[in-house]
Design a protein around this ligand. Structure first.
Ligand code: TYD
Length: 206
């Protein structure tokens, strides 16, 4: 049986990691094997790329090079971690995936949504999540929650606003593959809605 691939997306400081942890623990309690991972990163080579793209040492990095680096990291992550886990029948919970590249590089950096998506589809041999959970909040509020801004978090507010809008546009294009939630709601309420939706996905497969 093939596993279930769940991605979490959203701007900075929306509480993705908290919800990922709650969902992971919940699914493990139900007897599932859960692999939690993140992008950029997840393999030794991809973690090296992560340090490069997030570092303040490379302010002014060419946006096309940035897009290629994210895709390169993703390709390794998928082939070595995500696809093998899905083949074993595990549930994969991934913090950010292709939509982050589409939103940040394609949309906010204006490199072209289709071009950036196609780059990652090629890098991953077309692996698309079964469900993408988008957490949204006004970037002004969420950025205030983040301390020690990395290179990308230091971008102007407009950049983050267009990232948030990009996630909403992507979700609107394929509503059956997305769950969009207002991240300013109560933490436990958000967790419950996510669990219900994931249970639906699991029921549809059994
Ligand atoms: P991280 O510290 O993991 O941020 P967060 O906790 O918000 O997920 O840093 C990841 C940063 O990289 C974040 O600013 C989003 C950005 N990013 C891209 O620009 N493109 C991508 O393809 C991915 C995966 C992340």
């Amino acid at each position: 049986m093939a596993g279930l691939f769940i991605a979490f997306e959203g701007g900075e400081g929306v509480g993705k990691s908290t919800q990922e942890a709650i969902l992971g623990a919940y699914l493990e309690q139900q007897g599932h094997t859960v692999v939690r991972t993140r992008e950029p990163g997840g393999t030794p080579a991809a973690e090296v790329i992560r340090n490069l793209v997030l570092s303040h040492d490379y302010i002014g990095l060419n946006p096309r090079s940035e897009a290629l680096l994210f895709a390169a990291a993703r390709g390794d992550h998928v082939e070595r971690i995500i696809r093998p886990a899905l083949d074993r029948g595990n549930i994969v919970i991934c913090d950010r995936y292709i939509d982050s590249s589409v939103a940040y590089q394609g949309y906010a950096r204006e490199l072209g949504v289709d071009r950036v998506r196609n780059l990652s589809l090629w890098a991953t041999n077309h692996l698309i999540p079964d469900l993408t959970i988008v957490l949204t909040i006004d970037p002004e509020i969420s950025l205030a929650r983040v301390t020690n801004h990395d290179r990308l978090e230091s971008e102007p507010l407009e950049y983050h606003r267009s990232v948030t809008q990009a996630f909403l546009d992507l979700a609107a294009q394929e509503p059956s593959r997305y769950l969009v939630l207002d991240a300013s709601q109560d933490r436990d309420h958000i967790a419950q809605v996510i669990q219900q939706r994931v249970n639906q996905e699991l029921a549809a497969r059994s």
